[in-house]
Design a protein around this ligand. Structure first.
Ligand code: UD1
Length: 349
């Protein structure tokens, strides 16, 4: 079976990607330091797939540990590199932590790939590299904007580090996937997003409000130049997003790929306003959401959605789930999470 090393494989996008690789007949090897995820995620993956992936608790910034893991898995055909810090606000408070984690981690992974002959990389990038594009939908030819945060800057710099490394190492190939806004959970509700503390992102804030952990969702601004005044994003189902990684690994190693480095937008191709997401949630779940219009959030852009033609054509990948299926999956996961934590509370008494 073809081995794939997946860093950050117990995280939100990582765990869904591990499932899709197992479903496609690969053998994922997870590396994760569990700093923002839980070991129980492995149980969820096993429940869905019937397989428990190999797991290394290790930090990608620990190059000695990476050397050992790559030595033991030098027959892997590719690395999918998710492990990174991802909270935009926190990155403004702790820039050095973000540069250290996100850049040192990537540098170590590239070094070990080179040393142990693991020649393919799929890198988690973000639409944040485009900032507020002038022309929508945004294609891969849109120039990078000045990064709004240290987090965003790490994604930009990471793509540059990869390209420079590839130039010096002809055997390596890489693909950067620029994600739009991943939301939702696996339809089984065995895995999903586990936000740390108060969520910053829209979808977990919606589900936590609906379940009663938060009192009210603030909609950050309704005076934007959009049909209902609230900002537009391209919300992509996390399972669809996970499948894009399988397509990327297949393409990376196929004879069709004549590029050493390539990059793709991974979104649905359709923008939705915040109010449309709320309406979808209420429609798909039948739950009424308590929300109010609040002031704009600093740093938010007005609108962005993807042109996904390149990923559709070249990778043969397309987002399939509807927004209603996705908002419902987020709700099913939230309900299961709360039942699980009540069970845990009961058990601990
Ligand atoms: C944010 C990050 C982006 C990152 C992405 C990961 C910023 C500026 N960008 O994107 O780099 O890749 O998360 O998913 O932080 N909203 C509300 N109320 C809330 C929360 C959000 O109205 O309580 C609105 C926001 O104003 C925005 C939309 O919902 O219009 C989506 O917000 P969010 O989920 O935080 O994602 P982004 O800001 O697009």
């Amino acid at each position: 079976m073809k081995k794939i090393i997946i860093t950050g494989g117990t995280g939100y996008i990582g765990s869904h990607t591990v499932v899709e690789f197992i479903n496609a007949g690969y053998e994922p090897i997870i590396i994760d330091n569990l700093s923002n995820s839980n070991i129980n995620v492995l149980d969820g993956i096993e429940k869905i797939t019937g397989k428990r992936p190999t797991f290394y608790k290790a930090d990608v910034t620990d190059n000695f540990a990476m050397d050992k893991i790559f030595y033991e898995n030098d027959d892997a055909i590719a690395v999918v590199h998710f492990a990174a810090s991802k909270a935009v606000g926190e990155s403004v408070q702790k820039p050095l932590m973000y540069y250290r984690n996100n850049l040192n981690g990537l540098i170590n992974i590239l070094e070990q790939m080179e040393k142990h002959g693991v020649n393919g990389l799929v890198f988690s990038s973000s639409c944040t590299v485009y900032g507020q594009p002038e022309i929508l939908p945004v294609t891969e030819n849109t120039p990078f904007a000045k990064a709004e945060s240290p987090y965003g800057n790490t994604k930009k710099i990471s793509e540059e580090i990869i390209q420079d490394t590839l130039k010096a190492t002809p055997a390596l190939k890489a693909i950067a996937l620029r994600y739009f806004n991943p939301i939702g959970a696996h339809p089984s509700a065995y895995i999903g997003e586990l936000p740390n503390g108060t969520p910053n992102n829209l979808m977990p804030y919606i589900t936590q409000t609906a379940i009663g952990i938060r009192e009210c969702l603030s909609v950050f601004g309704n005076d934007y130049n959009t049909p209902d005044g609230t900002p537009i994003r391209d919300y992509i189902n996390v399972v669809d997003l996970a499948k894009a990684h399988v397509a990327a690994v297949k393409y990376l190693n196929s004879h069709k790929n004549d590029k050493q480095f390539d990059f793709f937008n991974i979104g649905t191709g359709k923008g939705s306003t915040v109010l449309e997401v709320i309406n979808s949630f209420e429609r798909s779940t039948g739950v009424k959401l308590n929300y109010k219009i609040a002031g704009r959030r600093a740093g938010d852009i007005e609108k962005v959605w993807a042109d996904t033609t390149k990923a559709n054509k070249v990778l043969g990948w397309k987002a399939e789930k509807t927004l209603d299926e996705t908002t419902l999956s987020a709700w099913e996961w939230e309900k299961r999470l709360r039942v699980k934590s009540e069970e845990l509370i009961v058990k601990s008494h």
